[in-house]
Write a protein that binds this ligand. Structure first.
Ligand SMILES: Nc1ncnc2c1ncn2[C@@H]1O[C@H](COP(=O)(O)OP(=O)(O)OP(=O)(O)O)[C@@H](O)[C@H]1O
Ligand SMILES: [Mg+2]
Length: 206
């Protein structure tokens, strides 16, 4: 109960990550856990937020997959050094995306060779692992319908095929990693929340 945990929420665009992060904060507060650092990737520091804007909205300039990858890692290092390393074990940390997103999007979605990701992980010394990752698994058709009332950002404009590859890679890793809990996010929000609640209760009480 006393140990501070690092919780990550993952899933494709429109899976419900932000909604579930807000719900988790509520659950933690019900357990009287108040010292929670809520963050997201890419972003979470002033510089990383600027990089997030560039990653999401390239203002008409083409961004190559490799540039995208490097921008993500620059943002991640800012977050790691300035927020996560300083708060781990002192505060609870809840992050809307973390490095699993890079495996799913850049390797699964963009077909970048895994060895480049492993090099960058090592280069930025990304050695802080979450205690738990909740992966919200959803069919891309359903996910994109959920966000179709807003202006799509650069990534959200990708094809269903792209998101299917990302989803497949998420599932591939999730199935062989005990830290990752798969939640069926095709379901009604009420049911998704109930699955998440069980996972969080267990994390806190066990
Ligand atoms: N299980 C669900 N069923 C129906 N609607 C949902 C469900 N989960 C979330 N939503 C709704 O779908 C929309 C997208 O959810 P949300 O913004 O939480 O997704 P996200 O994963 O954070 O997306 P993004 O990756 O674009 O930030 C919101 O309007 C939210 O209320
Ligand atoms: Mg979101």
């Amino acid at each position: 109960m006393n140990k501070k945990k690092f919780i990550v929420i993952e899933g494709i665009n429109g899976a419900g990550k932000t909604t579930i992060c807000n719900y988790i904060i509520k659950l933690l507060k019900n357990f009287n856990i108040k010292n929670i650092i809520k963050t997201h990737e890419p972003g979470g520091t002033p510089i990383a937020e600027k990089l997030r804007k560039i990653i999401k909205f390239s203002q008409g300039e083409k961004i190559s997959y490799k540039t995208e990858l490097l921008l993500i890692y620059a943002a991640r290092l800012q977050l790691l050094d300035n927020i996560i390393r300083k708060n781990i074990n002192i505060n609870w940390i809840l992050s809307d995306r973390y490095d699993l997103s890079t495996y799913a999007y850049q390797i699964g979605g963009r077909n970048i060779n895994k060895k480049n990701i492993l090099f960058l992980q090592n280069f930025i010394k990304n050695n802080i692992k979450p205690d738990i990752i909740i992966y919200l698994d959803v069919n891309p058709v359903i996910a994109l319908q959920r966000i179709n009332n807003k202006n799509y950002d650069r990534i959200e404009k990708e094809s269903i095929n792209f998101f299917s590859r990302v989803r497949k890679y998420y599932l591939r890793i999730a199935k062989k990693n005990k830290t990752i809990k798969i939640v069926d996010a095709n379901n009604k929000l009420k049911n998704v929340k109930s699955s998440v609640k069980k996972i969080i209760n267990k994390l806190i009480l066990v």
